[in-house]
Design a protein around this ligand. Structure first.
Ligand SMILES: Cc1ncc(COP(=O)(O)O)c(C=O)c1O
Length: 435
């Protein structure tokens, strides 16, 4: 067996990197600064961050307005226990997000996974507080909701969570009828999914969770709003709760402030993170409808939601989030018009013989590389394309053979074009290799 002593010479000896096999992956590049869409490396190179550093960097790196808001908050109040105290930044953020989402209550946590855990725990306890027996949870094929245990259980079972299979609670699955330009069997696949959902909902269900419009880690898999509307109708008929995991899709990523709004559905609970702080600081929030919250009020200690984190409502995170919302409010066109920037470039790329299933929603465009190799996350075509793009000054991180662009809103037209050209050239190279 290979050990770290013979393999990790190029890796920092005290770091354990995420989602990485150090025997196979290249060691990371050192970044010294970021500016707008660019990452500036120690070796003097600049790279376009075409995936917003794991989908968090919303307005661009080192955005001045957010940096200033954090710096000024740090000099006033950096942290306070949020059980006996509250503070103006948290209240302001709660008021704003409540107004924008129409869901009155905001619960703070630390990241996307915890925002999902909180949504799930609230939904599950809600029925117990109402003295109703509902235990079934429904999620979708291909879902990814995070890496903590509850979130893992909700996600599709795969290589990533296989070691923990015995520890994951059962979740019922519905097919996710993804669509792309030219998908011609979409109605049939949507019907199959709805039929499955209907059958499952005959059992009393605590909650249905979904990623509205775009499943992220599951492969930038996009569904039509019509499908989500049908899903919601079935959920309302069954009287269960709908949780929207907007950790990726929120804050303009899908062309509207929240993806559920673009899909014209109305969840009971929403999980948010990533772009919440403009990508500056880790923070999660779960929004809940007032009528959900009301079930947690009462003299009996059992009805209380006994959940919290040390850094709940961290004032620096709240200041960043408020500054990020200011930016979104001052220029909504930045996300509303992004799709129309992608479309002509993706149309051009879609003519490439290696491009399958092109699709776009808001700021996210994606396609699959036509490849003979093993499908899925371990497919190597994406890695080759990534290396080629890197040489051309563009950072992408395909999911196996699925390639996507998810850039910060500030990316310029010429930078966006450069991303597409780099991918095209990389695909040409793959074509020559007949991969
Ligand atoms: C839809 C979705 N939910 C939850 C998560 C987990 O978020 P985090 O990595 O901040 O825990 C992610 C992360 O990519 C995500 O895309």
């Amino acid at each position: 067996m290979l050990t770290t002593s013979n393999s990790s010479a190029r890796w920092h000896p005290n770091l354990w990197p995420p989602f990485t096999q150090i025997l196979k992956d290249y060691p990371p590049k050192r970044v010294l600064s970021g500016e707008g869409a660019l990452l500036k490396l120690e070796n003097g190179e600049s790279l376009i961050d075409a995936i917003s550093s794991w989908w968090v960097t919303l307005h661009g790196h080192s955005n001045q307005k957010i940096a200033e808001a954090i710096a000024s908050q740090a000099q006033e109040l950096e942290q306070v226990i949020f059980a006996d105290f509250t503070h103006p930044q948290a209240e302001r953020l709660a008021e704003r997000l409540s107004k924008k989402s129409g869901l009155e209550r905001l619960f703070f946590s630390d990241n996307g996974s915890t925002a999902v855990e909180v949504g799930l725990k609230i939904a599950y306890q809600y029925w117990q507080n109402r003295n109703e027996s509902r235990h079934q949870i429904i999620a979708f094929d291909g879902a990814y909701h995070g890496d903590t245990f509850g979130a893992m259980a909700l996600g599709e079972r795969n290589l990533f969570n296989a070691p923990f299979e015995n520890m994951l609670f059962p979740v019922k699955r519905v097919p996710w009828p993804s669509t792309w330009w030219g998908a011609n069997d979409i109605e049939v696949r949507e019907r199959i999914a709805i039929n499955t959902l209907e059958k499952l909902l005959q059992t009393k269900t605590a909650a249905v969770i979904l990623e509205p419009l775009v499943q992220g880690a599951g492969g930038m898999s996009m569904v039509r709003p019509e499908f989500l509307q049908e899903v919601e109708v079935r959920i309302r008929e069954a009287g269960t709760l709908l949780i929207a995991d907007e950790v990726l899709t929120g804050f303009g990523r899908c062309g509207s402030l929240f993806a559920y709004a673009r899909a014209s559905i109305k969840p009971d609970l929403i999980s948010l993170s990533k772009g919440l702080t403009g990508g500056f600081l880790p923070m999660g929030v779960t929004m809940a409808k007032e009528e959900v919250f009301e079930q947690f009020i009462g003299d009996n200690p059992k009805v209380t939601f006994w959940h919290g984190h040390s850094f709940t409502a961290n004032p620096l995170g709240c200041a960043a989030a408020n500054a990020s919302l200011d930016l979104l409010e001052s220029n909504p066109k930045a996300y509303e018009n992004f799709e129309s920037r992608h479309i002509p470039l993706l149309k051009d790329l879609a003519n490439h013989p290696k491009v399958l299933k092109p699709r776009v929603t808001g700021t996210i465009s994606a396609f699959e590389i036509k490849t003979e190799g093993k499908q899925g996350y371990l497919n190597t075509a994406g890695k080759k394309l990534k290396a080629s793009c890197y040489e051309q000054g563009v950072f992408i991180r395909p999911l196996g053979n699925i390639v996507y662009l998810l850039p910060p809103l500030c990316i310029s037209d010429s930078q966006l074009k450069k991303c597409y050209l780099a991918i095209k050239k990389g695909l040409d190279e793959l074509n020559e290799e007949a991969c």
